[in-house]
Every structure is written in C-alpha cells, then in structure tokens.
Design a protein around this ligand. Structure first.
Ligand code: ZN
Length: 294
C-alpha cells in the first residue's frame, strides 16, 4: 500500500490544490450553472476561482466537496486523509497532535471523512453473489451465538464475494434491538436487503438460522471490532455506525489498489460528496459529549 509514498507528490498547497482541481474537472472545466466549457482562472485568492466565459459565474473547485469552507491548509487535510487510511485509522486525539490542530477540529475532520465514506457506500449496492448474516458486534462474536456478550450489539452484515469465496464489498449495519433480545427480527433483515442489495442482479444467501452464518463474513465483523477497539477507546452505540462505515470503507479502499493509489481514490470521494456540517453532525449524533468518541 502506497500511503507513505504518495505524499511526496502533494508537498505544497499548490500541488494539493492542482490535484483537487484536476479531480473536480477531469475532462476540463464545465460551468456548473450553464455548462459552458471556456473559463478564465482567477488566482487572486487562496482558492482559485474559474469564471465562466459565457455566463460569468465564478466557480470554486471546492464547492460541494469535503473541503468546502475549510480554513485549514490543504496539506493538513491531505495528511489527515493519509493517516485515516492507516490499517486501523487514527483517533482524533492522535490526529490533533500529528497535524497540529485542536481536538475539536481533528474530530470534525475525521467525522467528515466518515460521512463521505458512508455516503459513498450508500450509493454502491451489493450485487452479484451476496451473503447476508444476522450477527453481533462486540464481545467475542466468534463465540457461539447462543451466549452473546451482554454488550454485543445486533447487526446485519452483507457482502459480495470474490471467486475465491472471500468477502469483497462489505456492509455492516447496526439494527435497533433491545439488549438481551437474541432474535433479529425478520423485518430488519428484509430492510437491509431491500436497501443495500441490488435485488434485480443478485443471488442472495441469507441463512434463516442464526447459527448458520457465513463464517468469512462473520470474521470481517470480528476484524472490524478488533480494529475499531484498538484505535478508539470507547464507542457508544450512537456513534458506532459511522465507525463501522469507516472500517468497511477503508477495507474496500485498501483492497483494490490496482487503479490509482488508495489516497487518490479517497480524494475522489471527498471531491464528489458534499461535506456534512458540524451542526448536522451534532444533531444527527445526539447529545453525547465529544470526548466519548475518542
Ligand atoms: Zn456559465
């Protein structure tokens, strides 16, 4: 994986900005207002503007991206994205120390990246040969399901599989279930399949009995737990879905690094999906204190 070699090509604000501009308009400038393709580049500000030659609209390359409205140097963002791609990610506390920003800024950056991965994942339905498990996250999920850990949370996990039978694209979704309730309701399974699987092109195997799980997929759920608990001290259930999206998103990015680098793929997602605002993030994630998220 090339995450430590890529940064050499993004060694200045200008290099980062030019890379983002190239990702924004891959086939050259297109005016977001009128579709015209000729423009004049205005370099007087920190973020260059592109003035449409037809309607005069001034387009910023960072509008509707994770970087919109940021006051941070892009170099810090690129560094954060690289660190996010480490096998087990990085905590906000550690990130704040490494890239020299406040804890709150680091926390927000990481949640914006998670949001990007989550939105990107939601657009990619599982299709083909799909396995779906009702499983548990936390405790020791490899232990017999008949004796789940009291703090384990119910999840529905789904994946496509490679020719070798290994989980490829994976989704792990928390479902609402009362503590101690051992049976995942059938409608939760149906809801997952309805929303996350492209039913028209898929053969779906979802064992009806909890103890007949697709073991390679169960293993990924276990790996997610191991990885997340190694980086984040304590994750409350209200935040957990974003972290599960982080795990599966990173796993997917790191799996297939044939075309372009892993960082470039993540950057492309960051340029394609508008950032979530701090207020939306807080509203969505209830009133738990920031520190609880590590
Ligand atoms: Zn225009």
């Amino acid at each position: 994986m090339g995450q430590h070699t890529i940064s050499s090509s993004y060694d200045s604000e200008e290099a980062c900005m030019e890379a983002l501009i190239a990702m924004k308009w891959r086939k050259g400038f297109v005016c977001p207002r009128c579709g015209y393709t000729q423009c004049t580049r205005l370099n007087s500000r920190r973020i260059p503007l592109f003035e449409c030659g037809s309607c005069g609209h001034q387009a910023s390359p960072l509008v509707d991206t994770i970087f919109e409205g940021t006051h941070l140097p892009l170099l810090k963002w690129f560094h954060a994205l690289e660190l996010f791609l480490l096998p087990d990610g990085i905590s906000a506390m550690r990130l704040s120390q490494v890239i020299q920003v406040t804890y709150k800024t680091a926390w927000l950056m990481l949640h914006k990246i998670r949001h990007t991965l989550g939105e990107s994942d939601a657009l990619e339905l599982l299709s083909g040969d799909v396995k779906v498990n009702c499983d548990r996250y936390g405790g020791d999920p490899l232990r017999c399901n008949q004796f789940p850990h009291p703090n384990a949370l119910a999840v529905v996990a789904g994946c496509t599989i490679t020719e070798a039978g290994e989980p490829e694209q994976v989704k792990i979704h928390l479902i609402s279930q009362k503590r101690g309730d051992r049976i995942v309701h059938r409608h939760e399974l149906a809801k997952f399949i309805h929303r996350q699987v492209d039913i028209s092109t898929s053969i779906i195997l979802s064992p009806p009995l909890a103890f007949k799980l697709y073991i390679p997929l169960r293993r990924v759920v276990r790996e997610a737990w191991d990885s997340l608990k190694s980086t984040y001290v304590a994750l409350g259930p209200k935040y957990l879905q974003a972290y599960l999206n982080e795990y599966t998103g990173r796993r997917q990015l790191r799996r297939s690094d044939a075309e372009g680098t892993v960082l470039q793929k993540l950057l492309c997602m960051c340029m394609a999906i508008p950032a979530i605002s701090y207020h939306k993030l807080i509203a969505r994630q209830s009133k738990l204190p920031l520190l609880a998220t590590a």
